[in-house]
Design a protein around this ligand. Structure first.
Ligand SMILES: [Zn+2]
Ligand SMILES: [Zn+2]
Length: 113
């Protein structure tokens, strides 16, 4: 039985093939992570935040607000204690992060009502 052929790299015009589980070839994986570090690209920024968020929730798996009330609820949201309002330093400051469940986050931001 033939193996599934590797998918082509997503970089425009690149003749290379993706690394397993990736959407870029070996060369353009670097290109994509460079863009993440630069932070200028919105998608790269989102990817960085997604990774940071997951790592944070792995370390802090319970909702901080629920814990205060003695409840144990899995946290699904990383909340900024002080609203960052686009301030990059505040945004990436882990001491300004807290794990919240969706209910508590909605309550705090008022988007749940
Ligand atoms: Zn490529
Ligand atoms: Zn909660």
């Amino acid at each position: 039985m033939p193996r599934t052929p590797p998918r082509p790299c997503r970089y425009p015009g690149c003749p290379g093939f993706c690394l397993p589980g990736q959407v870029f070839c070996k060369e353009h994986i670097m290109w994509s992570t460079d863009r993440v570090r630069g932070g200028a690209d919105a998608r790269g920024y989102n990817a960085r935040w997604r990774r940071a968020r997951i790592a944070f929730l792995q370390k802090h798996p319970l909702c901080a607000e629920c814990q205060r009330e003695g409840k144990l609820t899995p946290a699904t949201v990383v909340d900024h204690i002080i609203p960052h309002r686009g301030d990059q330093r505040l945004f990436w400051d882990k001491t300004n992060w807290q794990p919240l469940c969706k209910d508590c986050h909605d309550k705090k931001t008022g988007s749940g009502q």
